[in-house]
Design a protein around this ligand. Sequence first.
Ligand SMILES: *Cc1c(COP(=O)(O)O)cnc(C)c1O
Length: 376
Amino acid sequence: MTNTNHHDSEYVKELASKFTVLPNENRAADAKREQLIDKPAFGQIFSDSMAHMTWTAGEGWSDRRIEPYGPLKMDPGASVLHYAQTVFEGLKTYRHSDGSLWLFRPDANAERFQNSATRLELPTLSVDDFIGSVAAVARADHQWVPTRHDYTLYMRPFMFASESFLGVRRAKEVEYCVIASPSGPYFPNGVKPVSIWVEDTYFRTGPGGTGFAKCGGNYSASLVGEYRGIEQGCEQVCFVDAATKTYLEELGGMNVFAVHKDGHLETPSLNGNILPGVTRRSIIQIAQDEGHDVVEKMIKLDDLLEDIKSGEITEVFACGTAAIVTPIGRFKSEKFDVEVNNQAVGEYTAHLREHLMGIQWGEVEDKYNWMWKISD
Ligand SMILES: *Cc1c(COP(=O)(O)O)cnc(C)c1O
């Protein structure tokens, strides 16, 4: 592996320094902040600062700033409120045991953010501005990054069409922000396999749609399916392809893998409907380097269920930034109810989870150079 110095803290500091830190009179008191970090209410509590940039058709991106977290001023005619031109990302700031702060593959999130924006006819943001803005928030609010293992500061970059205009066209004014929310472990009481509702009536996307883009609309479209699953006692929903209702796609916010008894892994191929997860990509790399074949292909739901029942498939798991690796213990629909691995956590699933978390927490050698140091 080549060791580029792009990942060292001096380089990231330089990117972050493009964002002017404005005075902030509203910082939380130390005791209050400590209390909020100690029992994080994910996505409900935000740190003191946010990154903010503005784009106009005439001038491009300008006004890079770190400002106090607070309500946005928006015209009721802003096109995002009517036509949903908005895309987002999600990544975490990790604090290693020596106190240093790190990001995991933010360049991959930056590239995906560009692909998402392009799909929605929004302007693209440079990789440098993406990484710089995320790092600038983490650096300004470094005291908000928890010290406890498995606790992180979740970073949420997003972009939206702020121009007040009710015609349907490319916006001439766009805003970009990064907000941050302290978050605790996804499984506070130990990893437990989740149950999955297989949804074949309401879809999150379809051929030629926005499935590969991380855009708000995909999530609003997935809610009906999520609630149908919850009514059936399931924790998550898995979508099948809208065109044929035959192939497995992904969960509302996580990609899916199956582990076969000979050790090879299968995962649905990126057919345009599926979100190309950074965790998915990382797991493919790790598994291959550990000698496991990884096959990216269209997976028939019927085959998956048959292979689970016959023991050909021994483990199934979902993956994404929030929960990292989540074992799947059950698939349910109106037509079937199938247990996976007696609802136990699979061995290779557990290993992948530990290994990937080890890299993120600086406890396993980062031979891929995935970690970016944002402050010492
Ligand atoms: C964000 C997301 C994922 C996971 O992507 P990561 O980069 O691994 O966090 C998977 N599916 C959907 C629909 C998503 O929005």
